[in-house]
Ligand binder design. Structure first.
Ligand SMILES: Nc1ncnc2c1ncn2[C@@H]1O[C@H](COP(=O)(O)OP(=O)(O)OP(=O)(O)O)[C@@H](O)[C@H]1O
Length: 261
């Protein structure tokens, strides 16, 4: 379901990659219904890179799952430009398949003809800089390489919106840094829209055009920042560090207000 604008020539221009309108979500808990997300309204524009930032347990993954269509909001509505692709902290690759075959499976599910799959998988491996790794098994790959394959597999779905839930959280700092560069490059090359969940403030500022801060219990949009720092950014750049400090102060205030940690 895409939100579209009709153009004069009859073609349609997509206005939003994702539109989240007044979304609330409650779960049944031991003490009755627990309100996890409260009245979230947020648009992701086509080609935009947005990070959702917040303390542990504030509802970031819940919101991402709703956008992915894995669960339904208790109230409000969500529309996306086509079916989004998903990438998680755990690579979730099939260990009995090679890197290439993992990607080909996604291509197959997406209806790509058998004859075209191998070539497309090789192209995707090249895009994530794993040329020559087609025949590697998952256990032969490092953590960073596995996440590259997981990214290639997500890209194989040919979605216009990529949803990422802390995809680099389990990696060491250096590997994470390299993958930030790769993701920025791939985002620029493909024109994809990205909604990226993290609790790492610097990561949020390093990657995003817009950072959305969620408060906790219930999760509400506390503040948002437009990040005007030109890419490629480095996590240690002074403007990245300065904005991260400002956001961290607001995040600390949110955590104190809710009596967590
Ligand atoms: N299926 C569910 N049933 C009941 N409660 C749930 C369910 N899914 C999430 N919750 C609750 O919703 C709240 C938000 O969880 P969520 O995983 O979305 O937070 P998060 O911000 O992604 O946290 P983290 O950064 O630790 O992953 C938590 O209190 C969690 O226990």
């Amino acid at each position: 379901m895409a939100t579209t604008l009709a153009k004069a020539d009859g073609a349609e221009t997509v206005e939003h990659a994702a539109r989240i309108e007044h979304v609330s979500k409650s779960f049944a808990g031991p003490a009755g219904q627990q309100l996890v997300l409260d009245d979230i309204t947020l648009d992701v524009a086509p080609g935009e890179f947005v990070t959702l930032l917040g303390a542990s347990g504030c509802g970031k993954s819940t919101l991402l799952n709703l956008v992915a269509g894995l669960d339904d909001p208790s109230s409000g509505s969500i529309t996306t430009d086509g079916r989004p692709a998903l990438m998680f902290q755990e690579h979730a690759l099939f260990p009995w398949l090679t890197a290439g075959k993992n990607i080909e499976l996604a291509l197959k599910l997406g209806g790509v003809a058998k004859a075209d799959r191998r070539g497309r998988a090789e192209e995707l491996l090249e895009l994530v800089r794993l040329t020559g790794s087609y025949d590697k098994r998952v256990h032969e790959l490092s953590g960073g390489m596995r996440q590259r394959v997981a990214l290639a597999r997500a890209l194989a779905q040919d979605a216009r919106l990529l949803l990422m839930d802390e995809p680099f959280a389990a990696l060491d700092a250096i590997t994470r840094d390299v993958l930030h560069d790769e993701l920025t490059r791939i985002w620029e090359e493909t024109g994809l829209s990205v909604l990226f969940v993290t609790h790492n403030v610097r990561e949020a500022v390093r990657l995003a055009q817009r950072v959305i801060l969620l408060s906790s219990r219930p999760g509400r949009i506390a503040r948002e920042w437009t990040v005007g720092i030109p890419q490629p950014r480095r996590i240690e750049d002074a403007p990245v560090a300065e904005l991260s400090l400002e956001i961290t102060e607001v995040l600390r205030g949110e955590i104190r207000r809710h009596g967590q940690h």
